[in-house]
Design a protein around this ligand. Sequence first.
Ligand code: GLA
Length: 680
Amino acid sequence: MARRSSERPTTRRAPSAWPTTGLSYGGDYNPEQWAPEVWREDVRLMREAGVNIVTLGVFSWGLLEPRQGEYDWGWFDEVIGLLHDSGIAIDLATPTAAPPSWLLHEHPEILPVDADGVREQPGGRLGWCASSPVFREHALRITTALAERYGDHPAVRLWHVSNELGGGNARCYCEVTAARFREWLRAEYGTVEAVNAAWGTAFWGHTFTDLDHIEPPRREQHKVNPGLFLDFERFSSDELLGHYLAEAAVLRAHSEAPVTTNFMVGSGRHVVDYSDWARHVDVVANDHYTIVNDPVREQDLAFAADRMRGLTADRTPWLLMEHSTGAPSWQQRNRAKAPGEILRNALAHVARGSDGAMFFQWRASTAGAEQFHSAMLPHAGTESRVWREIVQLGDALRRLRGVAGSPVEPAKVALLVDEESAWALQQGLKPHRALRYTRETRLWHRVFWQRQVLVDVLPVDADLDGYDLVVLPTLFVVSDAQAARIEAFVRDGGTALVTYLSGVVDGTGRVRGGGYPGAFRDLLGITTEEFRPLQEGETVRLSDGGEVTDWTEDTNLHGAEAVVAYADGNSAGRAAVARHAVGEGAAWYVAAQLPLGSAERIADRLIDELGLPRAVEASSGIEAVRRRTPDGDVLFLVNHSDADETVAVSGQSLLDDASFDGKAVVPAGGVVVLREGAAE
Ligand code: GLA
């Protein structure tokens, strides 16, 4: 069986100094779009806003190396000098997300090829195939030149490898990639017989007689073998990671500054295996954009932030590398933020462990593909609400500098997220193709988020010591070793909540026989003899009054007790939710796609039975998280509702002079941050 890439050694360097003193504040800075007089105004306004770091150079390759091997550093030296003189740190990007036009012109073969065999055209970005040796050579040349020139520069405090790797070039199906895929398979499996056995190629007569006959899963409409599909996803993630590692090695050879790349963790597609990638960045960094038609967009933000924290080594701070001050420009109807939302969003990330808040981008572009994307300095200039809120946020982050470096209080709930399960579930002839992996991960995070119970969103192989509850939403791909770890966690007194479509296939994508949920059958004391996906518009009632859509199962109890049963339909009388006492702990199985109300009832019972700590007792509109500083706990209260909320707390506000003696009023849409203790 293919080994998980997470079994390979980490290249993460021991945490070195954080790039800024205090919390990091700034954004992408693209000075090449502006005349030098504007750079001077930029730096002046950055200081006015309290900006202490910018990401520089993301799109600068074509100007830094206008012809192969010919460099023009003059303008870049000047910008770097201006920033340095103003005390602004630089997160220096290798410009490889934006290959120059001469490179694309001379080597069109570096452009990615889609699953239908169509080669991309120049004109976008990340227009390169991660397997291309030609691109790699050019990318490492500019990276080396940049690192040699600025590796020791005192303003360069962080390296930013390329930009959103995989955002545009996540999969390539060209011949070069195909050859690399075969090499990957050879390294993982050794022989063609092993591949055949793992993928079950006897079906449909797909047995290979030579590894060289294997092709990537081209043409999406073709019904691909699930094992082949899953391995190609793993390979593609590894291939992009290989590119990151090659650039990172060059940077590390020339500089002591930490190295990162910006992840894209939000409600979208799982592009690469971040559980694995995180082990190779010195600072875990994310780009997060709220999505306009997400009914609980603040919870998506919290979920992404909790995932970032879960990807760090020992829950140390991470960095929000990009978010927006208002409307992005890549959605259908781009939504401007409401007054106060900039502060609310930024501080929610900080509350959850980001040691800063950064944006795309500093100054709004007037030309180019993103000319209507919001920025810290909007087209309207400084006479604008956005600018006033940006100055206000800079002030808030300066006042909150004491939280820098502090951990978020330990969570008692872990929720496991697994890219491999997301990939496998989305592909092929699965029982219900409209199911979305993120629906279940978000649901189970949401019910705790609304109750101010902190959840660490963790990779599936993470250490579970210290947690009371572990939630496994649709953890479809599970190895024997992973299942054994969950079982040991429960036997030792933990509680596991496993939802439908978990444990169904092994690491090769092969169904585990003997009844679902395969890997967790014994632990859960229940089996499912048949899946019963519901049709569009079809609902099934539950004994708790809820109504199920989309997914039900014909379950049989083997030691578990039913908590909720199906009240009608073909599964009537069978358990929809069951609990099994095991060792010192308990294992719950949720066999249905529950409505929010039913999931909330389960969350309430678990909070009660396990004594899961709530940061404060407040209504569901209040988001509450603590960071543990050497000077005491700092409590963040974010009010997402349109009514003022009163919370029972005492302490000193860190954002203004207020003090709270037993209660704090968090204004509608507002934020209160206080150091807890007796009011002064
Ligand atoms: C991403 C990119 C940025 C920019 C923003 C726009 O996060 O990294 O360069 O394109 O999207 O929202």
